[in-house]
Ligand binder design. Sequence first.
Ligand SMILES: [Fe+2]
Ligand SMILES: [Fe+2]
Length: 164
Amino acid sequence: MISKSIQNAINEQINKELYSSYLYLSMAAFFENKNLPGFAKWMYVQADEERAHGMKFFEHLVDRGGKVGLKTIAGPEIDWNTNLAVFKQVQEHEAAVTASINALYELALKEKDYPSQVLLQWFITEQVEEEKNATEIVQQLELIDAKGTAVLMLDHQLGKRGKE
Ligand SMILES: [Fe+2]
Ligand SMILES: [Fe+2]
């Protein structure tokens, strides 16, 4: 049986993962409006991944006899000034999620909750990848000047992203 404090923390994390999905879906809509389908595709794949993250925690609670308590998902922004601003927000958001996963792992260590530790180790590895991907795109966008050519090339490249 899972402890109440771990259960509460996992329910909070489910909300954060579902919010992440919502945020990336909003970013996909933003890029669709800008006619950058490759950027939008990247965001759709990212949004699906975040929902899957939420479900990993959801299933963990179910498997261990815990209670899932879904909370209200906040509405994300709908507009950004630049493409770079969007990906800078992705980068900052992923760093905040990493901090949250790390705090959850600390709690699982403190409570000697070994199954949660194993689950969270997967997330710790995943966050390294998430932060790496966001940083890569931020740095590429920082190299791009005001001309649209390079943005179109990056749009083509991001559009190739498949499910991971
Ligand atoms: Fe996630
Ligand atoms: Fe993420």
